[in-house]
Structure formats: structure tokens, C-alpha cells
Design a protein around this ligand. Sequence first.
Ligand code: AMP
Length: 282
Amino acid sequence: MRIVVRQAEMAALARRWQLNGESVGFVPTMGALHEGHASLIRRARKENRRVVVSIFVNPKQFGPNEDYSRYPRTFPADAKLCKDSGADVVYHPDVEQVYPPGFTTFVEVPGLQEPLCGRFRPGHFRGVATVVLKLLETTRPTRAYFGEKDWQQLAIIRRMALDLDLGATIVGCPIVRERDGLALSSRNVYLHPNERQAAPVIYRALTLAQALLKAGKGQKAALARGVREITSLIPDAMIDYFSLVDAESLTPPKRGQTRGLRLLAAVRVGKTRLIDNVPASL
Ligand code: AMP
């Protein structure tokens, strides 16, 4: 497995593959890799001739009071996980390789970037869309793999790929969870033991609301019950949102809409912000 740190070298390698007609699977990550990332890499391995994983903690998607500087950085272990999962190349640029001096161009995805997490993390998705576009330009993948864990991000990337004729097929991959239901996340290491113990309540609340919706209990009641589950079982939890939306447009369900919905939650447990989501139908 090769480790590439220079943008120009990565771009040249990808162009060579493209000229040879070789399919390329690309998995963008911020490192601190876990089994969720590994599942994306293995899927890319199955479906493509070449597999590239990027590891880049993108400063443009962090707000001024967010965890950019303390985000976990575990490159040696990450490289091993990539190799074991079948990656051919790890693209690990530093900030200057991705953002040249004077950098000023951004991609916006209005409509999809403002609700849900966008309300609490202004500028976040503009940073995500911009770095993903740049990484797709550099690696020229046939397919790019994203986790459903970050549902809003996936919806935004799909829209951007369509709108900008990016060519790559965007592949959404199922959420990998701990045995107790907690979605794997690089940020789970921030949780104190008592917080870690309480955190699976978020997934349980989502599945509870999902079941109530399915049983016809009504949206208001189902969402309120989910919220109550969290506030009663995680006393110091701060719920940013617990929402039912159209899975693609992320807008409130239309009148009479019973399918293609998604229940999403973002909850702050102590200093750690956790997100999760499940499909929903009425
Ligand atoms: P990150 O390194 O957190 O930016 O995540 C990189 C990619 O891995 C994103 O597409 C995430 O959605 C995906 N991912 C993160 N956690 C999980 C998980 N538990 N299950 C599936 N995919 C995940």
C-alpha cells in the first residue's frame, strides 16, 4: 500500500488509472478510523480495481469553537486499518496541499446545508462539500463511498455530484454500530465512561419513535416520546434536534407522505456531539 502526501502526485496517479480504464473506489475520511470506515473500504475493494482512502482533518468544516485541534489523529493505526481492509493508496495531504495560500473558492448547497446540523454548525457543510469536491477532482473515482451515519452529508454530496456532473457514483453505506446500538464514531473516544454507557439511548429513542410512527401514533406523539426517552435517560443531554424529514430533500414530510422519510437526531452528551438516524415510514 502506498502513502501519498502530495496533491500533484495523487492527481497524476489517478489520471494514469483513468487512462488505463481502471475503476477507482474512493473513501474520504478524517482518520481515527474504526470498523465503520473499514466497512466502506472493504466495499470499495469489492467493487473496484483500485482503492484510495483519504485521511485529512479538514479545517474548513470546523467552527471556531469546535474540536479541530483536538480531533483524534492516529495515523499509524489508520494506515494499518486501510491496508488490512484492502486499500491500494492512502492519500494523506497536509492542509497546505489542499488549501493553497489565498484559497477562497467554496461550494454551497443551499436548501440542504441549512437545516438539522446546519443550524448548529454554520459553515460546516460548505466546508464538507468543498473538500469533497476537491478530493473527487484529485482522485477521479468511479465510485465514492459515504456512510449513512452522516445522512445529511450524504444527501448534500449526492446533490452536489448530480448538480456539478461529477461523474462519480455516490454510494451510501449502512451504519456500523456497537453491540449496544451506539453508532461507531471517531468522536466516541471523547465520551466519559458514564456518558458512553448512556449514549446508546439515542439509537433506542430513534427506533422507538420509528416504531411508533409505523404503528400510526402520529408524528408529534412519536417525536415527543423519542425526545422524552433521551431526556429521561441521559439527564444532562442537550438535544440539538430530533426530526422527521424527507430522506432526500431534508424538508418536513409532505402532506400524506408515508415513505422515503428519515428520523435524525443530534444530541450533545457532555462535551461530545453525537448524531444518528434511522429510516422511517408512516
Ligand atoms: P469521518 O472520518 O467521520 O469524516 O467519516 C468518514 C466516512 O465514514 C463518512 O462517509 C462517514 O459517514 C463514514 N462513517 C463514519 N462512521 C460510520 C459508521 N458508524 N458506519 C458507517 N459509516 C461511517
